[in-house]
Design a protein around this ligand. Sequence first.
Ligand code: ARG
Length: 457
Amino acid sequence: MEKMWAGRFQKELDREADDFNSSIHVDQRMFRQDIRGSVAHAAMLAKQGILTEQEGQEIIEALGGILQDIEDGALAIDPEAEDIHMFIESVLTKRIGDLGKKLHTARSRNDQVAVDIRLYLRDETAEILGLIKELIGAVAAQAKTNANIIMPGYTHLQRAQPITFGHHLLAYCMMLIRDCGRLEDAMKRMNQNPLGACALAGTTYNTDRAETAKLLGFDGYTLNSIDSVSDRDFCLELLSAFSVLMMHLSRFSEEIILWSSWEFKFVELDDSYTTGSSIMPQKKNPDMAELVRGKTGRVYGDLMALLTTLKGLPLAYNKDMQEDKEAIFDSIDTVKKCLRVFTPMIATMKAIPENMYAAAGKGFINATDLADYLVKKGLPFRTAYKIVGQTVARAIEEHKVLDALSLETLKEFSPLFEADVYEEISLQTCVSKRISAGGTGADSVAAQIEFVEDYLK
Ligand code: ARG
């Protein structure tokens, strides 16, 4: 295929080099955004008298036809084209002749690609935000169902204090809400129109960049033409936000994997989101959670790849920047796929309260509460802490949990222990007495659920 830029060359581009240079296999997915950007550009050119009304109209109609034909499958994107921008312009020229060649007036592929990526990422990020919100809804629903289910809370993966499963799940809702905030912040900064920056220095034509900004739904236009075509920090911001999101999903996955093991058996995943083994008939593997955990590495990799690609580039556009799309598209695809299986996996997950409760009953998880009991009877916390430490050592010796020690034994450690101690250190009391704001007590859990539900409204 003859290159649009062939004019100054005597020889054709080498085949292998041509293939190496081409980005159509990656950027063809932006065909809608490319056409949308061109329609706005043509409308602006006509409004400014750079094209006649008639010319603008004809170009816009032809672009609409191209969009329709690609959508319908009547027009295949040519894999031999250099990129999606060249492809659409060449089809336009084939369809309306020389007029098609006027579209690229006061524009360069450098600002064209910059606008296309932003439009594409804006659409995709909006979709991803919707998917995260669905996940938050699913987690909150599980938290509501399991608001009173007692489980061990851990630090260092050692049983620490009793909590409710609802409270534990709500921790993820809070993280995911911040993930949405990060994406929304990035979108705000990204939503500035780079079109009209042209190759790097602006143009001699009397363009109206505010007009294309308005037509394309941007909040305004970028103020420096060099920055407009050189900047990909909006891709990096999104990749960072996706990396943090994936880190959260990965931690959640890790817990689900642990909880589904026979060692824990706190939850049972639905058959639709687990797999069997080819050799071990008893297996029910949490592959979806493992894959989400695994794919987190890809997204981190995409972030690192693009940071590294950009770090040494002089201003303005360099072909290195063509690599941006593969990284950001891979992350978008990965994040979407992960969310699409993660949400129904969570929604269909069943808690096994007996096992959670039994695990919470072990491990001296109420030791802090035993110390608090003595503090309420007048001992300084450090003294109470020491006494309970000795009590725990005795319980270990006797192979008993704290609640199973007789009052007589307890009194050996402090005369302040009375019969009411057993009620005070029951798992139920330990949870219900954690009344501080944000704690695992029932009021706080209810307040958290309300907060999340309001957020989703
Ligand atoms: N395919 C190119 C990219 O994605 C489009 C911009 C090309 N600009 C240029 N001056 N060669 O970066």
